[in-house]
Design a protein around this ligand. Structure first.
Ligand code: NAD
Length: 415
């Protein structure tokens, strides 16, 4: 027998839980089913590469997005440990692994992403880790406590955050990346030089322009890492953070317009070409009316905000998702926020005290149009205030060149 729900949500991440919560606020009576394949209720990932790694007091359920009786209290049915095998659009049902079938009135696909597997040989050896789930974070935490040497493959979000955790735990830390500077996906070479220098002062060793060829178990214990240049390194553990692969397969199988690298295509309301199917979070290739792009974003606040927006839309609001993208990262004692494009700009300008690690870097087009800002501060409040200022400036289409004499003033947090 197929049980039908008014709303079915596939995926156990923050986009899903925020969609469910917002659906319930906007539709008191509709039946809601949330299906996740993990053994946990939906949880937030930011602590997994930060606090959970350095603080033994963080327990397995601390990252959960909602606590207590949120699901039963809100009449949201939560089906954990469950994988959807197929979306059957003609009869609006889902086939679950194990043979069960459920029906939907409206469907949300929020299937997220998974870590790219390392391309080098030895990626499956004990001591080599990927990071996506709570269990991965706990396993890495245990390994950080048991070992002396840590090698990171990749200087993106995971590589840089886990490196900071490794230093805090007293390990010798090395980062390998073929890119010329850390965070090369979005940061300018000048910002890359700043962050590299900051990390080096904390003791991190960078091997940039290098990539891993293979990892083997070492006769003396630990791991031998051979780089493509022929150089070899000894380490006790490796964490690879070489980007994510979007979980687009279900949508593809259902015949929805999908690009495996960019996501599942939606309009500005996060609705696919099938009006009963919506998408949110990492996997949504959406029409971004604010930034003027069709793209997907892999970040916590994007998942949360899109979940809230899509919940409203599934309940009938029909409103475009309209937020200036917001990324954040914590490294050592620094808070770092990014507003805007998340992929840099043609020109950049520093405002503030770079040597003192209290500054903003503005990224703008050749014509001066502000596209992105990165702010760095030791104060979370200052970063929050700067994030709001950058949002306003981007929405106002601030021109950095024609307003060059105002830049310092508009970014002053005392303003
Ligand atoms: P990423 O895209 O941030 O960084 C990937 C890095 O790997 C890049 O620096 C790239 O140059 C490097 N790389 C690519 N191929 C390589 C190779 N063969 N050898 C060495 N380096 C290589 O991806 P990530 O750090 O793996 O993060 C995965 C996902 O988790 C992303 O979706 C990310 O947004 C998310 N995440 C976000 C945060 C945050 O926003 N603070 C924190 C952790 C994870």
């Amino acid at each position: 027998m197929t049980i039908r729900y008014d709303y079915v949500i596939i995926g156990g991440g923050p986009a899903s839980v925020w969609a469910a919560a917002t659906l319930r606020e906007n539709d008191k009576m509709g039946s809601i089913l949330l299906i996740g394949e993990e053994s946990h209720p939906p949880y937030d990932r930011p602590p997994l590469s930060k606090k959970m790694l350095i603080d033994d007091a963080v327990t397995v359920d601390d990252p959960y997005t909602k606590f207590d009786n949120f699901y039963p209290d809100n009449n949201i049915e939560l089906k954990k440990n469950t994988r959807v095998e197929r979306i059957n659009r003609p009869d609006k049902t889902l086939s679950l692994v194990g043979g069960e079938s459920v029906g939907y009135g409206k469907l949300l696909i929020a299937t997220g992403a998974r870590p790219n597997p390392p391309e080098f040989a030895g990626g499956d050896l004990p001591g080599v880790y990927l990071l996506r789930h709570i269990e991965d974070s706990l396993a890495i935490r245990d390994a950080l406590k048991a070992n002396k040497r840590l090698l990171l493959v990749g200087s993106g979000y995971i590589g840089m955050e886990v490196a900071a955790a490794g230093i805090k735990r007293g390990l010798e830390v090395t980062i390998v990346d073929p890119a010329p500077h850390p965070w090369s996906k979005f940061a300018s070479p000048k910002f890359g030089a700043f962050i590299r220098d900051y990390y080096e002062k904390q003791g991190v060793n960078f091997l940039l322009g290098e990539s891993v060829d293979r990892i083997e178990e070492s006769a003396e214990g630990g791991l031998t890492v051979t780089l493509k240049s022929g150089k070899t390194l000894q380490t006790d553990m490796v964490v690879a953070g070489v980007g994510a692969k979007l979980n687009t397969e279900l949508a593809e199988g259902a015949g929805l317009p999908t690009d495996p690298k960019k996501g599942i295509r939606t309009n500005a309301n996060l609705q696919t070409e099938d009006p009963s199917i919506f998408v949110a979070g990492d996997v949504a290739l959406f029409e971004d009316t604010i930034m003027g792009q069709n793209w997907h974003l892999e970040h916590h606040l994007n998942a949360k905000w899109q979940g809230q927006a899509v919940g409203k839309n599934m309940a009938g609001a029909n409103e475009p998702y309209a937020k200036v993208p917001y990324f954040f990262s914590d490294e050592f004692d620094l808070h770092i926020i990014i507003r805007g494009l998340g992929q840099g700009g043609e020109e950049t300008q520093f405002v503030g005290d770079v040597d003192g690690a209290e500054f903003t870097e503005l990224y703008y087009s050749k014509e001066g149009l502000l596209q992105m800002g990165i702010s760095v501060s030791r104060s979370e409040e200052t970063c929050d205030a700067l994030a709001n200022k950058l949002e306003t400036l981007i929405l106002e289409k601030f021109n950095v060149l024609t307003n060059s004499n105002q830049v310092e003033k508009v970014l002053s947090v005392e303003n």
